[in-house]
Design a protein around this ligand. Structure first.
Ligand code: SDX
Length: 448
Protein backbone atom coordinates (compact mmCIF):
# COMPACT_ATOMS: atom_id res chain seq x y z
CA UNK A 1 0.00 0.00 0.00
CA UNK A 2 1.62 3.27 -1.00
CA UNK A 3 0.48 6.49 0.62
CA UNK A 4 1.23 9.91 -0.77
CA UNK A 5 1.76 12.74 1.67
CA UNK A 6 0.53 16.03 0.31
CA UNK A 7 2.86 18.87 1.25
CA UNK A 8 1.18 22.13 2.27
CA UNK A 9 -0.23 23.81 -0.87
CA UNK A 10 1.40 21.13 -3.04
CA UNK A 11 -0.95 18.92 -5.05
CA UNK A 12 -0.03 15.68 -6.80
CA UNK A 13 1.95 12.53 -6.10
CA UNK A 14 5.54 12.85 -4.98
CA UNK A 15 6.91 9.77 -6.64
CA UNK A 16 6.52 7.66 -9.76
CA UNK A 17 6.78 3.90 -10.13
CA UNK A 18 9.26 3.16 -12.95
CA UNK A 19 8.01 0.93 -15.77
CA UNK A 20 8.81 -2.76 -15.65
CA UNK A 21 10.24 -4.03 -18.94
CA UNK A 22 12.15 -7.00 -20.41
CA UNK A 23 13.23 -9.91 -18.24
CA UNK A 24 16.54 -11.49 -17.24
CA UNK A 25 17.04 -15.23 -17.73
CA UNK A 26 18.86 -17.23 -15.05
CA UNK A 27 19.88 -20.87 -15.42
CA UNK A 28 20.41 -22.69 -12.08
CA UNK A 29 20.84 -26.43 -11.59
CA UNK A 30 19.68 -26.94 -15.17
CA UNK A 31 16.47 -24.98 -14.70
CA UNK A 32 15.76 -21.65 -16.44
CA UNK A 33 14.16 -18.78 -14.54
CA UNK A 34 12.94 -15.40 -15.76
CA UNK A 35 13.35 -12.37 -13.50
CA UNK A 36 11.75 -8.99 -14.15
CA UNK A 37 13.98 -6.04 -15.17
CA UNK A 38 13.22 -2.59 -13.73
CA UNK A 39 14.21 0.46 -15.81
CA UNK A 40 14.53 3.83 -14.04
CA UNK A 41 13.57 7.24 -15.43
CA UNK A 42 17.21 7.79 -16.47
CA UNK A 43 17.44 4.26 -17.94
CA UNK A 44 19.31 2.70 -15.03
CA UNK A 45 18.51 -1.00 -15.13
CA UNK A 46 18.07 -3.53 -12.31
CA UNK A 47 17.13 -7.17 -12.09
CA UNK A 48 14.29 -7.41 -9.57
CA UNK A 49 15.25 -10.34 -7.28
CA UNK A 50 12.37 -9.79 -4.80
CA UNK A 51 11.12 -13.34 -5.50
CA UNK A 52 14.53 -14.97 -6.20
CA UNK A 53 14.72 -17.12 -3.04
CA UNK A 54 11.08 -18.17 -3.30
CA UNK A 55 11.48 -19.48 -6.85
CA UNK A 56 15.12 -20.70 -6.82
CA UNK A 57 16.16 -21.18 -3.17
CA UNK A 58 19.18 -18.98 -3.90
CA UNK A 59 20.08 -15.58 -2.45
CA UNK A 60 22.63 -13.14 -3.92
CA UNK A 61 25.87 -12.15 -2.19
CA UNK A 62 27.25 -8.61 -2.56
CA UNK A 63 29.58 -7.50 0.24
CA UNK A 64 29.26 -3.71 0.68
CA UNK A 65 26.20 -3.71 -1.62
CA UNK A 66 28.42 -2.51 -4.50
CA UNK A 67 26.03 -3.96 -7.09
CA UNK A 68 22.78 -3.93 -5.14
CA UNK A 69 19.93 -1.44 -5.40
CA UNK A 70 18.18 -1.19 -2.04
CA UNK A 71 15.16 0.81 -3.21
CA UNK A 72 13.53 2.90 -5.94
CA UNK A 73 13.81 6.61 -5.25
CA UNK A 74 12.80 9.90 -6.85
CA UNK A 75 15.01 12.14 -4.76
CA UNK A 76 18.57 12.21 -6.14
CA UNK A 77 20.08 10.97 -9.38
CA UNK A 78 23.80 10.54 -9.81
CA UNK A 79 25.82 9.03 -12.62
CA UNK A 80 29.29 8.08 -11.43
CA UNK A 81 30.70 7.54 -14.91
CA UNK A 82 29.82 11.02 -16.16
CA UNK A 83 29.95 12.91 -12.85
CA UNK A 84 26.28 13.92 -12.83
CA UNK A 85 24.36 14.86 -9.64
CA UNK A 86 20.73 16.07 -9.67
CA UNK A 87 18.40 16.87 -6.77
CA UNK A 88 14.84 16.06 -7.92
CA UNK A 89 16.07 16.53 -11.52
CA UNK A 90 17.83 19.88 -10.97
CA UNK A 91 21.63 19.83 -11.72
CA UNK A 92 23.81 20.44 -8.66
CA UNK A 93 25.74 23.14 -10.55
CA UNK A 94 22.59 25.30 -10.92
CA UNK A 95 21.27 24.51 -7.45
CA UNK A 96 24.59 25.43 -5.78
CA UNK A 97 24.84 28.64 -7.82
CA UNK A 98 21.33 30.05 -7.40
CA UNK A 99 19.45 28.40 -4.51
CA UNK A 100 19.46 28.86 -0.75
CA UNK A 101 19.95 25.87 1.53
CA UNK A 102 16.37 26.02 2.87
CA UNK A 103 15.02 26.10 -0.69
CA UNK A 104 17.03 22.95 -1.41
CA UNK A 105 15.87 21.34 1.84
CA UNK A 106 12.25 22.02 0.83
CA UNK A 107 12.90 20.63 -2.68
CA UNK A 108 14.39 17.40 -1.30
CA UNK A 109 11.73 16.89 1.38
CA UNK A 110 8.57 17.95 -0.49
CA UNK A 111 9.63 17.08 -4.04
CA UNK A 112 9.36 20.46 -5.78
CA UNK A 113 11.03 23.88 -5.59
CA UNK A 114 8.87 25.97 -3.21
CA UNK A 115 6.76 28.90 -4.27
CA UNK A 116 7.43 32.07 -2.26
CA UNK A 117 4.42 31.23 -0.06
CA UNK A 118 5.67 27.67 0.57
CA UNK A 119 9.21 28.86 1.30
CA UNK A 120 7.91 31.47 3.75
CA UNK A 121 5.81 28.78 5.47
CA UNK A 122 8.84 26.44 5.71
CA UNK A 123 11.29 29.17 6.80
CA UNK A 124 9.03 30.66 9.47
CA UNK A 125 8.13 27.24 10.85
CA UNK A 126 11.83 26.38 11.19
CA UNK A 127 12.58 29.82 12.70
CA UNK A 128 9.99 29.15 15.41
CA UNK A 129 11.66 25.93 16.54
CA UNK A 130 15.35 26.88 16.82
CA UNK A 131 15.36 26.78 20.64
CA UNK A 132 16.25 23.53 22.41
CA UNK A 133 14.61 22.40 25.69
CA UNK A 134 16.60 23.99 28.52
CA UNK A 135 16.95 20.61 30.28
CA UNK A 136 19.12 19.40 27.38
CA UNK A 137 21.85 21.85 28.39
CA UNK A 138 22.50 19.69 31.46
CA UNK A 139 23.57 16.81 29.19
CA UNK A 140 26.73 18.74 28.27
CA UNK A 141 27.89 18.73 31.90
CA UNK A 142 28.20 14.94 31.71
CA UNK A 143 30.42 14.81 28.62
CA UNK A 144 34.19 14.72 29.19
CA UNK A 145 36.21 17.75 28.07
CA UNK A 146 37.21 17.25 24.45
CA UNK A 147 34.24 14.99 23.67
CA UNK A 148 34.04 14.70 19.87
CA UNK A 149 31.05 16.76 18.67
CA UNK A 150 29.80 13.93 16.43
CA UNK A 151 29.36 11.72 19.49
CA UNK A 152 27.59 14.57 21.30
CA UNK A 153 25.35 15.42 18.33
CA UNK A 154 24.31 11.82 17.68
CA UNK A 155 23.33 11.40 21.35
CA UNK A 156 21.53 14.75 21.57
CA UNK A 157 19.46 14.04 18.45
CA UNK A 158 18.46 10.59 19.76
CA UNK A 159 17.56 12.23 23.11
CA UNK A 160 15.20 14.67 21.37
CA UNK A 161 12.80 11.74 20.94
CA UNK A 162 12.44 11.68 24.76
CA UNK A 163 11.32 15.32 24.78
CA UNK A 164 8.77 14.76 22.01
CA UNK A 165 7.12 11.39 22.76
CA UNK A 166 4.47 12.06 20.10
CA UNK A 167 7.29 11.66 17.53
CA UNK A 168 7.76 8.01 18.44
CA UNK A 169 5.05 6.88 16.02
CA UNK A 170 6.16 7.46 12.41
CA UNK A 171 2.66 6.77 11.11
CA UNK A 172 0.96 9.76 12.72
CA UNK A 173 -0.86 12.28 10.50
CA UNK A 174 1.43 14.20 8.11
CA UNK A 175 1.16 17.43 10.12
CA UNK A 176 2.80 15.69 13.13
CA UNK A 177 5.52 14.14 10.97
CA UNK A 178 6.11 17.53 9.35
CA UNK A 179 6.54 19.17 12.77
CA UNK A 180 9.23 16.62 13.66
CA UNK A 181 11.00 17.27 10.33
CA UNK A 182 10.91 21.02 10.95
CA UNK A 183 12.09 20.62 14.56
CA UNK A 184 15.09 18.62 13.34
CA UNK A 185 15.98 21.19 10.67
CA UNK A 186 15.64 23.97 13.28
CA UNK A 187 17.35 22.43 16.28
CA UNK A 188 20.29 20.51 14.80
CA UNK A 189 22.27 23.72 14.07
CA UNK A 190 21.53 24.92 17.60
CA UNK A 191 22.74 21.63 19.12
CA UNK A 192 25.80 21.59 16.85
CA UNK A 193 26.80 25.11 17.87
CA UNK A 194 26.12 24.32 21.54
CA UNK A 195 28.40 21.26 21.35
CA UNK A 196 31.14 23.48 19.94
CA UNK A 197 30.72 26.24 22.52
CA UNK A 198 30.77 23.77 25.43
CA UNK A 199 33.87 22.05 23.99
CA UNK A 200 35.83 25.33 24.14
CA UNK A 201 34.42 26.46 27.48
CA UNK A 202 32.45 29.35 26.00
CA UNK A 203 28.89 30.24 27.05
CA UNK A 204 26.17 28.85 24.81
CA UNK A 205 24.72 31.48 22.42
CA UNK A 206 20.98 31.44 21.77
CA UNK A 207 19.61 31.57 18.22
CA UNK A 208 18.53 34.95 16.85
CA UNK A 209 15.47 34.47 14.67
CA UNK A 210 16.04 37.72 12.82
CA UNK A 211 18.93 35.92 11.11
CA UNK A 212 18.76 33.57 8.12
CA UNK A 213 19.40 29.86 8.67
CA UNK A 214 23.13 30.07 7.92
CA UNK A 215 23.63 33.47 9.61
CA UNK A 216 22.02 32.07 12.75
CA UNK A 217 24.39 29.12 12.82
CA UNK A 218 27.45 31.37 12.37
CA UNK A 219 26.12 33.64 15.13
CA UNK A 220 25.65 30.71 17.54
CA UNK A 221 29.12 29.40 16.68
CA UNK A 222 31.18 32.58 16.91
CA UNK A 223 29.31 35.29 18.86
CA UNK A 224 29.83 35.86 22.60
CA UNK A 225 27.73 37.73 25.16
CA UNK A 226 30.48 40.36 24.97
CA UNK A 227 31.00 40.22 21.19
CA UNK A 228 28.53 40.56 18.33
CA UNK A 229 29.76 38.37 15.47
CA UNK A 230 29.26 40.22 12.19
CA UNK A 231 28.37 37.76 9.43
CA UNK A 232 30.60 38.30 6.38
CA UNK A 233 28.47 37.76 3.23
CA UNK A 234 31.39 35.84 1.67
CA UNK A 235 31.39 33.41 4.59
CA UNK A 236 27.59 33.15 4.62
CA UNK A 237 27.53 32.41 0.89
CA UNK A 238 30.27 29.78 1.21
CA UNK A 239 28.42 28.07 4.07
CA UNK A 240 25.15 28.11 2.11
CA UNK A 241 26.93 26.51 -0.88
CA UNK A 242 28.67 23.86 1.25
CA UNK A 243 25.42 22.83 2.97
CA UNK A 244 23.68 22.54 -0.42
CA UNK A 245 26.50 20.42 -1.87
CA UNK A 246 26.17 17.96 1.02
CA UNK A 247 22.35 17.89 1.11
CA UNK A 248 21.75 14.45 -0.40
CA UNK A 249 23.60 11.73 -2.25
CA UNK A 250 21.16 8.85 -2.85
CA UNK A 251 21.84 5.57 -1.02
CA UNK A 252 25.24 6.30 0.61
CA UNK A 253 26.29 4.61 3.85
CA UNK A 254 24.66 7.04 6.29
CA UNK A 255 21.46 7.48 4.25
CA UNK A 256 21.09 3.71 3.95
CA UNK A 257 21.52 3.58 7.74
CA UNK A 258 18.74 6.15 8.23
CA UNK A 259 16.45 4.10 5.97
CA UNK A 260 17.40 0.83 7.66
CA UNK A 261 16.69 2.15 11.17
CA UNK A 262 13.50 3.85 9.98
CA UNK A 263 12.33 0.63 8.31
CA UNK A 264 11.81 -0.93 11.75
CA UNK A 265 9.29 1.91 12.41
CA UNK A 266 11.74 3.51 14.82
CA UNK A 267 11.20 7.26 15.11
CA UNK A 268 12.81 9.90 12.89
CA UNK A 269 15.10 11.26 15.65
CA UNK A 270 16.67 7.83 16.26
CA UNK A 271 17.00 7.24 12.50
CA UNK A 272 18.84 10.55 12.06
CA UNK A 273 21.00 9.83 15.12
CA UNK A 274 22.05 6.54 13.50
CA UNK A 275 22.83 8.38 10.27
CA UNK A 276 25.11 10.77 12.17
CA UNK A 277 26.92 7.80 13.70
CA UNK A 278 27.45 6.20 10.27
CA UNK A 279 28.62 9.48 8.72
CA UNK A 280 31.31 9.83 11.43
CA UNK A 281 33.53 7.11 9.92
CA UNK A 282 36.72 8.34 8.14
CA UNK A 283 35.77 6.36 5.03
CA UNK A 284 32.55 8.41 4.81
CA UNK A 285 31.79 11.87 6.18
CA UNK A 286 34.67 11.72 8.65
CA UNK A 287 36.98 11.98 5.63
CA UNK A 288 36.76 15.79 5.63
CA UNK A 289 38.43 15.90 9.05
CA UNK A 290 40.88 13.19 7.98
CA UNK A 291 41.83 15.18 4.85
CA UNK A 292 42.92 18.25 6.82
CA UNK A 293 44.79 16.08 9.33
CA UNK A 294 46.50 14.36 6.37
CA UNK A 295 47.42 17.68 4.71
CA UNK A 296 48.77 19.03 8.01
CA UNK A 297 50.82 15.83 8.40
CA UNK A 298 52.28 16.20 4.89
CA UNK A 299 53.03 19.88 5.57
CA UNK A 300 54.76 19.04 8.89
CA UNK A 301 56.72 16.36 7.05
CA UNK A 302 58.15 18.95 4.65
CA UNK A 303 55.43 18.87 1.98
CA UNK A 304 56.97 16.05 -0.08
CA UNK A 305 53.79 15.23 -2.01
CA UNK A 306 55.39 12.50 -4.16
CA UNK A 307 56.44 10.61 -1.03
CA UNK A 308 52.87 10.54 0.30
CA UNK A 309 51.35 9.57 -3.03
CA UNK A 310 53.80 6.65 -3.08
CA UNK A 311 52.67 5.68 0.45
CA UNK A 312 49.03 5.74 -0.68
CA UNK A 313 49.90 3.30 -3.49
CA UNK A 314 51.93 0.96 -1.28
CA UNK A 315 49.82 -2.08 -0.35
CA UNK A 316 52.02 -2.59 2.70
CA UNK A 317 51.26 0.89 3.95
CA UNK A 318 47.85 1.54 5.55
CA UNK A 319 47.99 5.20 4.45
CA UNK A 320 45.24 6.23 2.03
CA UNK A 321 44.84 9.53 0.23
CA UNK A 322 41.86 10.80 2.22
CA UNK A 323 39.36 12.72 0.13
CA UNK A 324 40.24 10.62 -2.91
CA UNK A 325 38.18 7.84 -4.44
CA UNK A 326 34.47 7.14 -4.37
CA UNK A 327 32.21 4.12 -4.49
CA UNK A 328 30.12 5.60 -7.29
CA UNK A 329 32.05 8.44 -8.95
CA UNK A 330 34.59 6.98 -11.36
CA UNK A 331 35.00 10.44 -12.80
CA UNK A 332 35.23 13.79 -11.03
CA UNK A 333 32.82 14.24 -8.10
CA UNK A 334 30.91 17.29 -9.43
CA UNK A 335 30.75 18.66 -5.89
CA UNK A 336 34.55 18.59 -5.57
CA UNK A 337 34.84 20.74 -8.70
CA UNK A 338 32.45 23.34 -7.27
CA UNK A 339 34.10 23.31 -3.83
CA UNK A 340 37.60 23.63 -5.32
CA UNK A 341 36.53 26.82 -7.13
CA UNK A 342 34.74 28.10 -4.02
CA UNK A 343 37.97 27.47 -2.09
CA UNK A 344 39.92 29.87 -4.27
CA UNK A 345 37.09 32.45 -4.18
CA UNK A 346 36.63 32.38 -0.40
CA UNK A 347 40.33 32.44 0.47
CA UNK A 348 41.00 35.26 -2.04
CA UNK A 349 38.03 37.33 -0.79
CA UNK A 350 39.02 36.77 2.84
CA UNK A 351 42.66 37.48 2.02
CA UNK A 352 43.76 34.12 3.44
CA UNK A 353 46.69 32.09 2.15
CA UNK A 354 46.41 28.56 3.53
CA UNK A 355 49.51 26.49 2.68
CA UNK A 356 47.54 23.25 2.94
CA UNK A 357 45.50 24.37 -0.07
CA UNK A 358 48.72 24.45 -2.10
CA UNK A 359 49.55 20.96 -0.85
CA UNK A 360 46.03 19.75 -1.75
CA UNK A 361 46.36 21.09 -5.28
CA UNK A 362 49.83 19.52 -5.67
CA UNK A 363 48.46 16.18 -4.41
CA UNK A 364 45.60 16.33 -6.87
CA UNK A 365 47.92 17.19 -9.75
CA UNK A 366 50.37 14.37 -8.98
CA UNK A 367 47.68 11.77 -8.29
CA UNK A 368 45.62 12.51 -11.39
CA UNK A 369 48.68 11.79 -13.56
CA UNK A 370 49.64 8.64 -11.67
CA UNK A 371 48.72 5.29 -13.24
CA UNK A 372 47.62 3.80 -9.89
CA UNK A 373 44.93 6.46 -9.45
CA UNK A 374 44.05 6.69 -13.12
CA UNK A 375 43.65 2.91 -13.41
CA UNK A 376 41.41 2.78 -10.33
CA UNK A 377 39.51 5.91 -11.37
CA UNK A 378 40.31 7.66 -8.09
CA UNK A 379 39.45 11.37 -8.16
CA UNK A 380 39.04 14.02 -5.46
CA UNK A 381 35.66 13.64 -3.76
CA UNK A 382 33.43 16.08 -1.87
CA UNK A 383 35.65 15.86 1.21
CA UNK A 384 38.95 16.76 -0.43
CA UNK A 385 38.62 20.56 -0.44
CA UNK A 386 35.65 21.22 1.88
CA UNK A 387 37.76 21.28 5.06
CA UNK A 388 39.90 24.10 3.68
CA UNK A 389 36.84 26.33 3.39
CA UNK A 390 35.51 25.31 6.80
CA UNK A 391 38.91 26.25 8.24
CA UNK A 392 38.90 29.60 6.45
CA UNK A 393 35.44 30.28 7.96
CA UNK A 394 36.85 29.51 11.42
CA UNK A 395 35.19 26.12 11.95
CA UNK A 396 37.46 23.89 14.08
CA UNK A 397 38.60 20.61 12.47
CA UNK A 398 36.60 18.39 14.82
CA UNK A 399 33.43 20.17 13.70
CA UNK A 400 33.97 19.42 9.98
CA UNK A 401 31.92 16.23 9.97
CA UNK A 402 29.21 17.97 12.01
CA UNK A 403 29.04 20.46 9.11
CA UNK A 404 28.59 17.52 6.73
CA UNK A 405 25.73 16.24 8.93
CA UNK A 406 24.04 19.68 8.96
CA UNK A 407 24.13 19.68 5.15
CA UNK A 408 22.97 16.06 4.81
CA UNK A 409 20.06 16.44 7.24
CA UNK A 410 17.36 17.36 4.67
CA UNK A 411 18.48 14.48 2.47
CA UNK A 412 18.26 12.02 5.35
CA UNK A 413 14.78 13.38 6.23
CA UNK A 414 13.62 13.18 2.60
CA UNK A 415 14.90 9.61 2.21
CA UNK A 416 13.30 8.50 5.51
CA UNK A 417 10.00 10.12 4.45
CA UNK A 418 10.10 8.42 1.03
CA UNK A 419 10.78 5.05 2.69
CA UNK A 420 7.79 5.52 5.04
CA UNK A 421 5.57 6.78 2.17
CA UNK A 422 6.46 3.74 0.07
CA UNK A 423 5.53 1.47 2.98
CA UNK A 424 8.86 -0.35 2.59
CA UNK A 425 9.29 -3.60 4.58
CA UNK A 426 11.78 -3.82 7.47
CA UNK A 427 15.32 -4.15 6.10
CA UNK A 428 16.68 -7.63 6.83
CA UNK A 429 19.41 -8.90 4.46
CA UNK A 430 20.22 -12.63 4.23
CA UNK A 431 23.68 -14.27 4.47
CA UNK A 432 25.65 -17.33 3.42
CA UNK A 433 26.61 -19.29 6.56
CA UNK A 434 30.22 -20.55 6.50
CA UNK A 435 30.57 -21.61 10.15
CA UNK A 436 30.79 -25.00 11.93
CA UNK A 437 28.56 -27.88 10.83
CA UNK A 438 26.22 -29.57 13.31
CA UNK A 439 28.03 -30.86 16.44
CA UNK A 440 27.05 -31.91 20.02
CA UNK A 441 27.66 -29.89 23.16
CA UNK A 442 30.83 -30.93 25.05
CA UNK A 443 30.64 -30.68 28.87
CA UNK A 444 33.33 -28.46 30.44
CA UNK A 445 35.06 -31.37 32.14
CA UNK A 446 35.57 -33.06 28.76
CA UNK A 447 37.04 -30.11 26.91
CA UNK A 448 40.61 -30.80 27.84
C1 SDX B 1 31.81 10.20 1.08
O1 SDX B 1 28.75 7.03 -1.06
C2 SDX B 1 28.66 8.29 -1.04
O2 SDX B 1 27.91 8.91 -1.79
C3 SDX B 1 29.51 8.99 0.02
C4 SDX B 1 29.58 10.50 -0.07
C5 SDX B 1 28.26 11.15 0.24
O3 SDX B 1 28.04 12.28 -0.23
O4 SDX B 1 27.48 10.58 1.05
O5 SDX B 1 30.00 10.89 -1.37
C6 SDX B 1 30.59 11.04 0.95
O6 SDX B 1 31.84 9.33 1.91
C7 SDX B 1 32.96 10.43 0.13
C8 SDX B 1 34.13 9.42 0.37
C9 SDX B 1 34.98 9.95 1.52
N1 SDX B 1 36.04 8.92 1.89
C10 SDX B 1 37.30 9.14 1.62
O7 SDX B 1 37.76 10.10 0.99
C11 SDX B 1 38.23 8.06 2.20
C12 SDX B 1 39.27 7.66 1.15
N2 SDX B 1 38.60 6.90 0.08
C13 SDX B 1 38.43 5.52 0.22
O8 SDX B 1 38.72 4.88 1.37
C14 SDX B 1 37.58 4.83 -0.84
O9 SDX B 1 37.88 5.40 -2.03
C15 SDX B 1 36.09 4.83 -0.59
C16 SDX B 1 35.76 4.29 0.75
C17 SDX B 1 35.54 6.19 -0.73
C18 SDX B 1 35.46 3.94 -1.67
O10 SDX B 1 35.90 2.66 -1.42
P1 SDX B 1 35.42 1.42 -2.32
O11 SDX B 1 34.44 1.83 -3.34
O12 SDX B 1 35.03 0.31 -1.40
O13 SDX B 1 36.71 1.09 -3.12
P2 SDX B 1 37.89 0.16 -2.60
O14 SDX B 1 38.21 0.51 -1.17
O15 SDX B 1 37.54 -1.24 -2.93
O16 SDX B 1 39.10 0.68 -3.50
C19 SDX B 1 39.29 0.19 -4.83
C20 SDX B 1 40.81 0.25 -5.03
C21 SDX B 1 41.59 -0.49 -3.97
O17 SDX B 1 42.83 -0.85 -4.55
P3 SDX B 1 43.00 -2.42 -5.12
O18 SDX B 1 42.61 -3.33 -3.97
O19 SDX B 1 42.05 -2.51 -6.28
O20 SDX B 1 44.45 -2.52 -5.51
O21 SDX B 1 41.25 1.63 -4.95
C22 SDX B 1 42.12 1.78 -3.85
C23 SDX B 1 41.90 0.59 -2.95
O22 SDX B 1 43.08 0.29 -2.21
N3 SDX B 1 41.78 3.03 -3.20
C24 SDX B 1 42.65 3.91 -2.71
C25 SDX B 1 41.86 4.98 -2.22
N4 SDX B 1 40.57 4.70 -2.40
C26 SDX B 1 40.52 3.50 -3.01
N5 SDX B 1 43.99 3.90 -2.64
C27 SDX B 1 44.59 4.99 -2.07
N6 SDX B 1 43.89 6.05 -1.57
C28 SDX B 1 42.55 6.08 -1.62
N7 SDX B 1 41.87 7.11 -1.13
Amino acid sequence: MTRTYIAPNFQGTLFRNPPMSETAKLILDGKEYELPVVVGSENEKAIDITKLRDITGYVTLDSGYKNTGATKSNITFLDGETGILWYRGYPIEQIAEYATFLEVAYLLIYGELPTEKELNYFTSSIRNHTLVHEDMKRFYEAYPTGAHPMGVLSSMIASMSTFYPESLNPNRPFKDIELTMHRLMAKMPTLAAQAHKVSIGHPIMYPKNSYSYTENFLHMMFALPTFDYEVDPVVDDALNKLLILHADHEQNCSTSTVRMVGSSQSNLYSSISAGIAALWGPLHGGANQAVIEMLERIKADGGDVAKWVAKAKDKNDSFRLMGFGHRVYKNFDPRAKIIKKACDDVLNKLGIHDPVLDIAKQLEEVALKDEYFVERKLYPNVDFYSGIIYRAIGIPTEMFTVMFALGRLPGWIAQWKEMIEQGEPIGRPRQIYTGANLRDYVPLAKRG
